[in-house]
Design a protein around this ligand. Structure first.
Ligand code: PEP
Ligand code: MG
Length: 766
């Protein structure tokens, strides 16, 4: 059964579109379960009806024609109950419905299983049998449930991205196709998507037709010739090390490139209208899955050879194609895993948005995107990249969503948002030089989070009063080895000089978790609970000490450096780090550098630190809350996993209580208390934090003026009343709606970008 299932999934994955995928499923299920009929009904979410979309066994003319109401018949019942229904004598059931148009005889046995993706019923898969002696046993039922669960994701996404949008009945209606990821860089972009493919990856090759068949044939022939030469060379190089029978393998390889075999099939597909890459993809996938399904282990292994050959040809095809890429005027660059080099390939004036299927808000590209002010969405689960190419797309970097082929209504809505954003930015210029002060004179520091030099420029433009978090891992990430002490010193000096005499809080290297250095890979089963932040640097004092020396030397003559320790979960770590910092301080001074001992602080970002605020505060000069990680660890929700993104809520009452406790416990401890997680950049979050007693808020430069504008428009007393009310609430949603309402009533509607966009989308028919 497992082999059958694997075969079905592979074939369905390779299907060109939803119709082909559905037909494959019903054909394979019908033959492997040896039933008379297998059909799939998909739920048309606009009409709220189940439409027969594919069948093996019923009249094919009924496909797209026969439909049932949401709760009609046995199909409707399976959908409503969201569980399998297995009946030996279906006609006796009061919900049984007979459709003469399907040409069906009266099938006696019925097994229906819902197709569910992310809690949503997409449809129902049904098997039927005429003979009344058939009782689908438990094993068969379990098989169909497994097929349905495995295929639900594929169906959901091919339905969502197919040109005809699922059931034919709704093909004429405009629907907004929304995919959820995580916010990488705030803002909205409307443009045309352009997928940049990782080299030689078939999964990301799109379905494209040929613009010029002769040119594609020539391109393909050239690629084949190049691969043939490559393989011959490899064969010759290895000739002395291989026995003749092993060398024959290379001849087999070259034989596969023959006109009569693989190459001939690709050429035929090109002649039939596919572009070279698409044609190659299909032929290689067909060949590979054919071999993969063979029971003989030796032949199964040949699938690997076919794929390798395919990748070699593909890389030659892509090499030639990239030289001629034309980027649309408003390009949304999409890739499986965007890299900074890819960004560099698009002219800046054409680049309006970014989408990366893999990665997170703290990926290197997201950091770069924020510095460049490009709206970005990262981490979209299960989205078939090949179908995102060259379509109209909205990137909602506030909420982490993308909309594909948006309706005119949605386009107009987002165009308004874009304009409003521009107007707001223009209006906010007025307060750049003004302090972050409430109407009753309470002053709070408004700081920025930086990483690259580009952040510095944007921060100064936005009137930042200092840096609450400089992520030193960024200069480490853009290098190909650990930067030397001198190189680090230059990076740090740039930051310190730019903000002097204001303070710059430099966090010691915070790698691990999702922040990887290519030259220092950390492979772990559970990286967020593993070797991260201070744990890594204390285990590698040679890295930590060099960093401390570079920071201290960079601060000479400026004395605006503060050092901050990430991922602290015990006082021992702080003591050990302090010991190393003091040691380096004395050594640097002994070398003749005139530096002052910088202030040292600790990030409160794991639950253990929340309960040891006093003990930590006794040892350092300041505490800074990392609410991004604190939320993740308190709620046990991976901050970068879009599957659980709806559960990641910094307004969760437990998070608010923790933040409040930190503020209370640090009172009277003679430490400055700041926050540098994303919550500080949210106007409502900033209000609550100020009311709790936080002294400084550090955020992304693009949020700085919005937060300042809101804080300048309220009194501390008003914010404290709001906090009191909010701390009594027990649900994140109620907290959010209470805050939204309060801000609206106070006249800050324009600043509620995130929640307003979310409202619009939830009211649209998705
Ligand atoms: C945080 O965890 O809130 C934080 C500011 O650090 P980072 O996002 O870099 O982990
Ligand atoms: Mg953190």
């Amino acid at each position: 059964m497992l082999a059958t299932l694997r075969g079905i999934v592979q074939e369905v994955n390779a299907a060109a579109d939803l119709n082909e995928a559905l037909q494959l499923i019903v054909d394979r299920v019908q033959s492997s379960m040896q039933t008379d009929v297998c059909s799939i009904y998909l739920l048309d979410s606009v009409e709220n009806r189940y439409v027969l979309m594919a069948t093996k066994g019923l009249n094919l003319d009924a496909v797209g024609q026969v439909s049932l109401g949401y709760s009609e018949g046995l199909v409707g019942l399976v959908g409503v109950r969201q569980e399998p229904i297995n009946l030996e004598h279906a006609q006796n059931h009061h919900r049984y419905r007979y459709f003469p148009e399907t040409g069906e005889e009266r099938y006696e046995s019925f097994l229906g299983v819902p197709i569910i993706h992310h809690k949503k019923v997409l449809g129902v898969i049904v098997v039927q049998q005429a003979s009344n002696s058939r009782h689908f046993d438990e094993g068969e039922e379990a098989f169909l449930v497994t097929v349905s669960a495995q295929l639900a994701g594929i169906i959901a996404h091919s339905e969502a991205t197919s040109a005809f949008v699922g059931p034919s009945l709704i093909s004429s209606k405009e629907q907004d196709l929304v995919f959820k990821g995580v916010a990488g860089s705030p803002g909205v972009a409307i443009g045309q998507s352009m997928v940049m493919f990782p080299p030689a990856d078939f999964d990301s090759v799109p379905e494209r037709t040929s613009d010029d068949i002769d040119a594609d044939l020539a391109l393909f022939d050239g690629a084949i010739e190049s691969v043939r030469v490559d393989i011959s060379k490899v064969g010759e190089r290895l000739a002395e090390q291989l026995r003749p029978e092993e060398q024959a393998l290379f001849d087999v390889y070259i034989g596969m490139l023959d006109d009569k075999a693989l190459a001939g099939e690709v050429q035929n597909k090109i002649k039939a209208g596919s572009c070279a890459q698409t044609a190659l993809k299909h032929v290689i996938k067909d060949y590979a899955s054919h071999f993969e399904m063979m029971s003989d282990a030796y032949l199964r292994e040949r699938a690997v050879d076919i794929k390798d050959l395919g990748r070699r040809i593909l890389s030659y095809l892509q090499e030639r194609e990239t030289q001629t890429l034309n980027f649309p005027e408003r390009t949304v660059l999409v890739s499986d895993e965007l890299t900074p080099t890819m960004l560099g390939e698009v002219p800046r004036e054409n680049l309006v948005g970014l989408v990366s299927i893999k990665g997170s808000g703290s990926s290197h590209v997201a950091i770069l995107a924020r510095a460049m002010g490009i709206p970005t969405v990262m981490g979209l689960v299960d989205v078939p990249l090949s179908k995102l190419d060259r379509c109209e797309m909205v990137v909602d970097g506030y909420n982490g969503d993308i909309l594909i082929s948006p309706s005119a209504e949605m386009q107009a809505h987002y165009a308004t948002v874009l304009n409003e954003d521009k107007e707001l930015d223009e209006d906010l210029k007025e307060i750049i030089e003004l302090p972050c002060e409430t109407t009753d004179g309470h002053r709070i520091h408004s700081w920025v989070n930086t990483g690259l030099m580009a952040d510095v420029v944007r921060s100064l433009d936005h009137g930042a009063e200092g840096v609450g978090l400089y992520r030193t891992e960024v200069p480490f990430m853009i290098n190909e080895r650990f930067p030397s002490e001198y190189e680090q010193m230059l990076y740090y000096r740039e930051q310190l000089e730019a903000f002097a005499p204001n303070q710059v809080t430099m966090r010691t290297l915070d790698i691990g978790g999702d922040k990887a250095l290519t030259y220092f890979p950390i492979e772990e089963e559970n990286p967020f609970l593993g070797w991260r932040g201070i744990r890594v640097t204390l285990d590698h004092p040679e890295i930590f000490l060099v960093q401390m020396r570079a920071m201290l030397k960079a601060s000479q003559g400026l004395n605006n450096l503060r050092i901050m320790l990430p991922m602290v979960s015990s006082v021992n770590e702080v003591e050990e780090a302090l010991h190393l910092i003091y040691r380096e301080y004395h050594e640097v001074r002994a070398e003749g550098y005139q530096v002052n001992m910088p202030q040292v602080g600790v990030m409160v970002e794991v639950p253990a630190a929340v309960y040891q605020v006093r003990e930590l505060a006794e040892r350092v000069d300041f505490l800074s809350v990392g609410s991004n990680d604190l939320t993740q660890y308190l709620l046990a929700v991976d901050r970068n996993n879009p599957r659980v993104a709806p559960l990641y809520h910094s307004f969760h009452p437990a998070v608010l209580q923790a933040l409040y406790k930190i503020a209370q416990d640090s009172k009277g401890m003679h430490v400055q208390l700041s926050i540098c997680g994303e919550l500080a950049g949210d106007p409502a979050g900033a209000l609550l934090l100020m009311a709790m007693g936080y002294d400084a808020l550090s955020m992304n430069a693009s949020n700085l003026l919005r937060v300042k504008a809101v804080l300048r428009g309220v009194s501390l007393e008003w914010a404290q009343d709001l906090l009191k009310e909010v701390l009594m609430l027990d649900s994140s949603y109620i907290v959010e709606s209470t805050l939204t309402l309060a801000l609206k009533e106070a006249g800050f509607d324009r600043f509620l970008r995130r929640s307003r966009l979310a409202e619009v989308k939830s009211s649209a028919a998705l």
